[in-house]
Design a protein around this ligand. Structure first.
Ligand code: PLP
Length: 288
């Protein structure tokens, strides 16, 4: 099977209590579903290798945190994990991902909607070898927006990703492949679907997670591994000058894994092929 789909079922408290497998070719959502009409919900994308998830516990913890930030009903992670494994088992060997989606439900209703689907994706060997040409784009928010305006939900993995898609079109217009957001007061933030990691000698650094950015599960995993390999790992306030001065940079994420940055706003950046290979070997070995 190529894509597999499970719909979650919900109890009266709004927590999922089970799932049922359904035909992914058949439309399943109501037209007033708030995921579709408002992007009002949260999601996770979990990498799969041969049907086995990568760093699932980190994803389930972040899913719960995103739901909490949107005042959605608390969920039992084991129910979502069971749905994930059910669709993962059907997707077949190779590289794939599972998306877990929890929305506020149908307009005017009081029950969330949730589903999990697994689908294959092609390998990213070219990107891992050649890297990404990135452009820096102003996100328009100060670096302290998560503290001053928590209602903007910066740092939650919400379904409202139109901006995160629009910036890829802007990158393409500028002859680039990807984007690094910068705060309105000049600090490096994150990619539209990835976390920034810089190497300075034997140190790895990433932007601080309190800058209104998503706490990346891949970055957390890479730092834990790299610390054991002798790298000093830290989260800091970083500027575009830090990026220019870094020995190497990556955009890391759950499906594409560690993608080296090969140019920033048209200026070439060296690709660290050895560390890219080592990081991605570690990430793929996590499948369990
Ligand atoms: N930042 C944003 C905005 C994202 O959407 C993502 C993933 O999609 C990430 C960072 C990377 O997170 P992860 O490594 O958990 O996939």
């Amino acid at each position: 099977m190529s894509t597999a789909l499970a719909l979650l079922t919900f109890g009266p408290d709004g927590a999922a209590d089970g799932h049922r497998l359904v035909d992914p070719e058949v439309p399943q959502l109501h037209v007033t579903e708030l995921a579709a009409t408002r992007g009002d919900g949260v999601f996770e994308t979990v990498g799969l290798l041969d049907g086995r998830p990568l760093k699932l516990a980190r994803h389930l913890a972040r899913f719960a945190e995103s739901a909490r930030m949107l005042d959605l009903p608390a969920q039992d992670p084991s129910v979502w994990s069971a749905a994930l494994h059910a669709v993962a088992a059907l997707v077949g060997p190779g590289d794939a991902y599972v998306k877990l989606v929890l929305s506020r439900g149908i307009e005017g209703g009081d029950t969330p909607t949730g589903w999990a689907f697994a689908t294959p994706h092609p390998p990213f060997d070219d990107v891992h070898r050649d890297g990404l040409r990135v452009v820096l784009l102003d996100r328009g928010y100060r670096h302290d927006v998560a503290q001053t305006s928590p209602w903007l939900l910066q740092g939650a993995k919400t379904l409202s990703y139109a901006i995160n898609r629009a910036v890829y079109r802007e990158a393409a217009r500028r002859g680039a492949d990807d984007v690094i957001f910068v705060s309105s007061d000049g600090y490096l933030l994150e990619g539209p679907t990835s976390t920034l990691v810089l190497r300075r000698g034997q140190s790895l650094v990433t932007p601080r997670a309190d800058l209104g950015i998503l706490a990346g599960t891949t970055q957390a995993e890479v730092f834990e591994w790299a610390a054991g390999e002798g790298y000093a790992c830290s989260a800091e306030l970083l500027t575009p000058d830090d990026l220019a001065a870094a020995d190497a940079a990556w955009l890391v994420s759950s499906v594409r894994l560690a993608a080296p940055v090969s140019a920033v706003d048209g200026t070439p950046k060296p690709v660290d092929a050895d560390l890219t290979t080592a990081i991605n070997a570690h990430l793929r070995a996590l499948a369990g």
